[in-house]
Design a protein. Structure first.
Lengths: 258, 258
């Protein structure tokens, strides 16, 4: 078996995956999380150089982990491999995040790398079905938010939504779950509602698994929510002990359903 | 023909409708817009008294106009008519705004009143198809937002949404269009995106027609948007001259499609 590389974005997840076994840490310039402590510092414009570095180091397994964001590409810095890939990447970019990530996975697979999901390296972080912290809230609001996410998923929109008293208070857009929770707290404080977070049907869990961390719990509590429902087997808890401690400290329930 | 009553909420619309012909102005205690200048001040808890007052004044036509909100009902203040209606109103309330308004319409119709829509009294306020101010923006972002609204409409969610560069930046929830626009401005400034506002498929235009006013235009401009698309024939401009003046002042385009 060859070596493993973790292409690391922001947050605690890259560190938790590195604990699963030896791995080279790759960080991309311009991405959140910075490049400190990286074994390889790469640039989006020089994917050819990254592939060579990885292959030279005997890497056969690649794992994407942590939050990334779209960054502008400098045309004059492109290497030949990236220049050739640019038309297909640009096209995928226009079709949404799911399409872009599917294409990036296909490009890495085309170079001979096996993509390993965070949930494969750390199955202990995956939300198990049932009550995780506190007592699950009555079904109404969670079902309402789930219905909205089910309607939006085919459009590659909406990993998360908030409902309270049968009404929708927040639907996640590009700005992410945290921004939505701050909006709910500012505009509908003290609602006692429920946050639901699930994978979109087209989401490739190997490279883009929804995540709940202790910060999510604190933001949900600050927004006046009473509970969080996640999709069992499809959402990572980063990390489970800290998430449960935050739930206990703030009186939030956390549970997972299929 | 009998007299007309306008059940008035907040904003400029009640005044614009009153200009369409003689009408009694009814205001409900506790609703936004206050009770100043009302011919009849009513309470939600005393619908029986309101029906008597209207019938005594020879009212046969009722028009709902302006923003209302859900208010808590004081149980001890209920008259017999409202007490009898409460179970069905409570049930409808749990099914969303569209269901609640449909039920209120049915109750007024059951009392012999004809419901007249704002668009019937002031057809000159209804958005006509085509360019209204400036030059319509290219189709992409408007189509993206329209797709999201089409998916959500059957769930009685989403009169408005914002897309930019193929990505969703805002989806309206209970807090309304203005709150969504402030969120977009705060979290994704300068996007150049497009606001789309349309009626939901189940929305009864006689009592709940989507509205764009000059304030909407200013908020959209502050949020860094470049245009607004509304549904022709299904959105009111309150009022058209002021809306167009705001568009011109802030360089926003406004157009309507079927």
């Amino acid at each position: 078996m060859g070596a493993r590389a973790i292409i690391a974005g922001d947050g605690a997840l890259p560190g938790l995956l590195a604990a699963a076994g030896p791995a080279l840490i790759v960080r991309l310039e311009g991405m959140p999380g910075g490049t400190d402590g990286a074994d390889i510092v790469a640039r989006l414009e020089r994917l050819g150089a990254l592939f060579s570095d990885l292959q030279g180091a005997g890497v056969t397994e690649v794992c994407f982990a942590g939050a990334m964001r779209r960054v502008a590409v400098e045309a004059e810095a492109l290497d030949a491999v990236t220049r050739d890939l640019l038309p297909r990447l640009t096209k995928a970019m226009g079709q949404g995040d799911d399409a872009l990530l599917r294409d990036i996975v296909a490009i890495f697979e085309g170079q001979g790398f096996t993509i390993r999901g965070a949930h494969e390296l750390r199955p202990d972080l995956v939300a198990p079905e049932g009550a995780i912290a506190g007592i699950p809230r009555p079904e109404g609001d969670a079902a309402r938010a789930r219905g909205v996410l089910a309607a939006l998923g085919p459009l590659d929109v909406g990993q998360a939504a908030v409902a309270a008293g049968g009404q929708m208070l927040g639907i996640e857009t590009l700005q992410g779950t945290d921004a939505m929770l701050r909006f709910v707290g500012r505009t509908a404080p003290g609602s006692g509602g429920v946050l639901v977070k699930r994978a979109k049907p087209g989401q490739d869990l190997r490279v883009d698994m929804p995540v709940i961390g202790p910060d999510t719990v604190l933001l949900a509590a600050d927004a006046g929510l009473s509970g969080i429902e996640v999709q069992a087997g499809h959402v990572l808890l980063v990390d489970p002990d800290a998430v449960c401690a935050s739930c206990a400290a703030r009186g939030l329930a956390l549970w997972a359903v299929p």
